[in-house]
Design a protein around this ligand. Structure first.
Ligand code: EPU
Length: 433
């Protein structure tokens, strides 16, 4: 297990750039299976979820390799593809679900054991399955795995998502590209990463209109070429850096980002009294650590364009020491605030009840030994530790590396006293002796 040590109280200064967004890159890698030529995704961070995706592509018979900061995929013949997704790879990340549509379309069948990912509450895949069934796939559930088959090409359809799931919108957009005729998706998710997948597929030759609105129209069966593509910059990583400087104080510039994709988070920081300036491709965030932040915030996290669920724990970390009580409700995930016990161990007066996190505010945070419960919760504990007196020991069973290539390193480069250590368990210590 990794341990990150953070000694708080250092203001942060400097410039950084977020890498390509994890939540764009992972579906784009799956979508590259639909392309008749090689694809190059530029500026992809070396995250464990990316490594898992490369292993998954290899396991199903595809080829993808890293060339420095870029990932390159090669076209693969349908007969070389196998639709069996190995259980350890499916269980390692939620994004294994993105392989349902491409493998069903190309290999004719796909078997997906239960997808993993952060334990944020129940995360069913019923909308993905219902949409693919409406396009003609047979769906068979046995134990913890689902098998989909098609007998002939998928058929375009008019399908209404029962809620605007990001992942299901992406699955059905990919399936629509391979289906006969026109697919209309109603109640689709409008997140920037959905638009990024649509932009990628369109650049490959797909006919998709309406991305970024609740109604998507896809004209299927266009031949898709391979392309070189720059995925969207990671808006959640950018929000994490913004949260870090808001908690610790200092001034940072985030370059080559797309501030409008995390504008709700920047507005929230401004409401708390953080100084935010932004241009089309950059944001500058400054906070005087001697001046307390304003609490009294009521945030409601939901799908785009609302406050992003992935930034809810980061907002909580900023609000712990702010003046006045705040509350954050997460409409999407039942267990978004598993980090609350870690905040409390650091001296915060906060409590998760149902989907709401209540924060009394005005805490004097101190270092503690805490554990990352999930990806964004882990990042939020790190942010809180930057504001705390003394040293925090954050034990992380690997969550943070799933979404940030080197968050402790990024923060250390800004001046934080933050380091990553490989922690040796007592059993490993015995073996060494
Ligand atoms: N849902 C269903 N049925 C489905 C699909 C979703 O009930 O078939 C529910 C989920 O259980 C959840 C809600 O719908 O309560 C929203 O889920 P959605 O499908 O929109 O999310 P996702 O595709 O599983 C992606 C990101 C998440 C991000 C959410 C919301 C990836 C790999 N993950 O998940 O990112 O929080 O959208 O924006 O793209 C993260 O990066 O840490 C992360 C969790």
């Amino acid at each position: 297990m990794q341990t990150i040590t953070i000694t708080g109280g250092q203001p942060l200064y400097g410039i950084l750039r977020p890498a390509a967004a994890k939540n764009s890159v992972l579906p784009l890698l799956a979508a590259s299976l639909l392309c008749g030529g090689p694809c190059r995704l530029r500026g992809v961070p070396d995250l464990t979820d990316v490594q898992t995706s490369l292993a998954l592509l290899q396991a199903v018979g595809a080829k993808a390799v890293r060339h420095g900061p870029d990932l390159c995929t090669l076209p693969v013949q349908a007969k070389e593809l196998c639709g069996e997704i190995p259980a350890p790879l499916a269980g390692a990340m939620r994004s294994s679900v993105f392989y349902l549509a491409p493998l069903l379309c190309r290999a004719g069948m796909v078997r997906l054991p239960l997808p993993g990912g952060c334990r944020l509450g129940p995360r069913p895949v019923d909308i993905h399955l219902a949409g693919l069934a409406a396009m003609g796939a047979t769906v068979q559930l046995e134990g913890d795995a689902v098998t989909l088959r098609r007998f002939g090409p998928l058929q375009g359809t008019d399908f209404t998502l029962r809620l605007p799931s990001v992942g299901a919108t992406m699955t059905l957009m990919m399936a629509g590209c391979c289906a006969m005729g026109t697919t209309v998706l109603r109640g689709a998710a409008c997140e920037p990463e959905v638009c990024d997948l649509a932009d990628f597929l369109r650049a490959c030759g797909a006919k998709i209109t309406g991305a970024g609105t609740p109604v998507l129209v896809i004209r299927g069966r266009q031949a898709l070429e391979g392309i070189a593509y720059d995925p969207l910059p990671d808006r959640i990583a950018a929000a994490t850096y913004a949260a870090a400087v808001s908690a610790a104080g200092g001034q940072i510039t985030i370059e080559d980002c797309a501030p409008e994709t995390y504008g709700t988070f920047l507005h929230f920081l401004q409401d708390c009294g953080v100084n935010v300036k932004q241009g089309e491709r950059w944001a500058q965030i400054a906070r005087d650590p001697r001046r307390p932040l304003r609490g009294g915030q009521h945030l409601y996290a939901n799908g785009w364009p609302a406050f992003a669920t992935d930034t809810a724990p980061l907002a909580a970390a900023v609000l712990l020491e702010a003046e006045g009580p705040s509350e954050i409700y997460d409409h999407l995930f039942a267990n978004r605030f598993a980090c609350a016990s870690g905040f409390a161990a650091m001296g915060a007066d906060c409590r998760a009840s149902g989907r709401t996190l209540y924060i009394a505010g005005g805490a004097a945070l101190h270092g503690a030994a805490v554990e990352a419960p999930d990806l964004r919760g882990g990042a939020a504990l790190l942010v809180a530790a930057l504001a705390a007196r003394g040293t925090t020991l954050l034990r992380d069973p690997g969550h943070i590396r799933r979404g940030y290539a080197d968050l402790p390193g990024d923060l250390a480069r800004l001046g934080a006293r933050c380091a990553r250590r490989q922690c040796v368990s007592p059993e490993q210590e015995k073996v060494r002796k």
